[in-house]
Ligand binder design. Structure first.
Ligand SMILES: Cc1cc2nc3c(=O)[nH]c(=O)nc-3n(C[C@H](O)[C@H](O)[C@H](O)COP(=O)(O)OP(=O)(O)OC[C@H]3O[C@@H](n4cnc5c(N)ncnc54)[C@H](O)[C@@H]3O)c2cc1C
Length: 511
């Protein structure tokens, strides 16, 4: 079978290796160079229950469903957690070197909302970079047709099936046809003014799939990481830092999370992010402090060499001073709706990794489950290529019908479009707290921008803008349809929500 895989993060690379091993002819097309996306940025690690550790798959399932606010699909979650050992074996087979403890066994860290230390890591806090390095080398060594600098513009269909995709390469265009297309193009962090992803996370695959008619699901659930460095040139300060014992303090040095959740700094991400945002709002936008001083310089440098170096590059020494942190957009729980075999609602189209909504993350992803999901569902999708069955086999139900993208005319006038205006709008109204009035205003503005944009877009930047506008509109509608708060989706106008003020964000502010 000829298989076209689009995107070369952990999901696309894993699927390419798996498909090649299964004997398929594999084309791996990706924008930029092989191995981009969020994957190389991943710090903390990959969650996995391994035999002989005293941990259990049942506990990992329970933690995942609890963090996801009960919105996850239990079947998909059980599959995810139960397949972790095989996923780790596949990564190691491809050459990934996980860190080892003194006794030679794989080192295991603890992260927020996990009931056990089950996070495997590599290079201390450079897990994603190590996985990406190993998988890219394995892909280059395999008989895989790698096409770099291929920007996915649209999916191509015929006879009711997805048959390939159109790519842009500079000013040129290329169509690639295949028996099956696996989308692995990652998330859409570029929607938001503050994000831990790179600026190329523009949701292109999700938008193209939606335009082709694929259902999206759970797109209102966007996760905000609690602790990005609150300085220009911001980057993520991993959850594993709190797992090692770092504390969060307000401007008076008080630990504010002990009053919010029994797990305090290790509460689920949405809880911590909202508590930080509320504290910042009370303190006039001043970031909160991450206090890791008691961990000591030696331990910080050994366990978190990448973060220590990034901080030092910015003149910060976290063994001696508190670090200013604030929430930032981090991970999209929603995406292209798939069953547990990675199949979208369109025949011939599969989606894996962050681009997909498999149902494992529910309303709020448990830390370190996304690298695992990418590998597990890449393997599922490849297995499904030759073993088709009824869509949604073993899958849970979805409370809402999927929302199609629309671009109906909107009442003018709208403020002028720019990428940063869109990011500011999304941060303000599709961020940590949403309300009906803000969502209505956002929809009006987005509809105006969509109506006025040149169509079809000319050039890659214009195509990214189109994708961002369409996805923002789809998220707005999904967020409006969900009138009550759940997980990462907090409706300020839900009477059951806490009366905390709208978050204020000043990434440039200093501690
Ligand atoms: C700072 C940071 C830290 C993280 N830490 C962790 C962690 O410790 N543990 C964990 O489990 N998760 C972590 N995550 C989340 C995790 O890294 C991602 O969810 C995961 O890597 C996504 O993998 P992916 O293969 O789906 O997408 P990505 O890695 O984002 O890859 C997407 C690929 O698609 C390509 N692409 C995009 N658009 C197009 C287009 N139009 N045409 C062609 N190709 C395209 C990109 O170039 C890239 O190759 C972290 C995320 C960030 C941002």
């Amino acid at each position: 079978m000829r298989v076209l895989i689009i995107g070369s993060g952990i999901a696309g690379l894993s699927a390419a290796l798996e498909a090649r091993a299964a004997g398929h002819r594999v084309i791996l097309a990706t924008r930029g160079a092989l191995g981009g996306g969020s994957t190389p940025r991943a710090q903390g690690g990959i969650a996995a229950v391994l035999p002989g550790t005293g941990d259990s798959v049942d506990a990992h399932v329970a933690d995942t469903l609890r963090a996801g606010a009960g919105h996850g699909d239990a079947g998909a979650v059980r599959l995810l957690c139960g397949a972790a050992e095989g996923a780790i074996a596949a990564l190691e087979h491809a050459g990934t070197r996980f860190d080892r403890a003194a006794g030679g066994e794989r080192a295991r860290g603890r992260e927020a909302a996990h009931s056990a230390a089950r996070i495997l890591h590599a290079g201390g806090d450079r897990t994603g970079a190590e996985i990406s390095r190993a998988l890219c080398a394995a892909v280059r060594a395999a008989e895989i047709d790698v096409r770099e600098d291929h920007f996915l513009a649209e999916l191509l269909g015929a006879g009711g099936r997805v048959r390939g995709a159109e790519f842009w390469r500079g000013t040129g265009r290329e169509e690639i046809f295949a028996d099956a297309v696996i989308l692995a193009t990652g998330g859409a962090g570029a929607l938001y003014a503050y994000s831990t992803t790179d600026t190329l996370a523009t949701g292109d695959g999700v938008a193209a799939a939606a335009r082709a008619g694929a259902a999206l699901a759970d797109i209102e659930f966007y996760q905000f990481h609690p602790t990005a460095l609150a300085r220009p040139g911001s980057f993520l300060i991993s959850e594993a830092v709190r797992g090692e014992g770092a504390l969060l303090r307000d401007r008076s040095g008080r630990r504010f999370l002990t009053a919010v959740h029994p797990d305090a700094e290790l509460a689920p991400r949405d809880v911590v992010a909202r508590a930080i945002a509320a504290t910042m709002a009370r303190d006039g936008g001043r970031p909160v402090d991450l206090d890791a001083r008691h961990l000591g310089a030696e331990r910080l440098a050994a366990r978190f060499p990448g973060i220590t170096r990034e901080l030092a590059d910015r003149g910060l020494d976290w063994s001696r001073e508190c670090i200013p942190v604030a929430p930032a957009a981090h991970y999209w729980m929603g995406g292209i709706e798939t069953d547990i075999r990675g199949r979208s609602t369109l025949p011939g189209l599969y989606a894996i990794g962050e681009a997909a909504r498999t149902g494992v993350h529910g309303a709020n992803r448990l830390a370190s489950n996304s690298l695992l999901e990418a590998v597990v569902f890449a393997r599922q999708a490849v297995a499904a290529l030759t073993a088709p069955g009824p869509w949604r086999q073993g899958h849970g139900t979805h409370p809402e019908p999927p929302l199609p993208l629309e671009s109906a005319p909107a009442p003018a006038p709208a403020p002028a479009y720019s990428r940063s205006a869109l990011q500011g709008l999304c941060w303000e109204h599709l961020g940590l707290r949403r309300d009906r009035a803000g969502l209505d205003r956002t929809e009006r503005i987005l509809r105006g921008w969509i109506r006025d944009a040149p169509s079809p877009p000319r050039g890659i930047a214009a195509a990214e803008d189109q994708n961002l506008r369409e996805l923002a509109l789809a998220i707005t509608r999904a967020a409006r349809a969900r009138a009550s708060s759940l997980g990462a989706h907090e409706r300020a106008d839900d009477p059951r929500s806490s009366p905390s003020p709208r978050p204020v964000h000043q990434l440039g502010a200093t501690a």
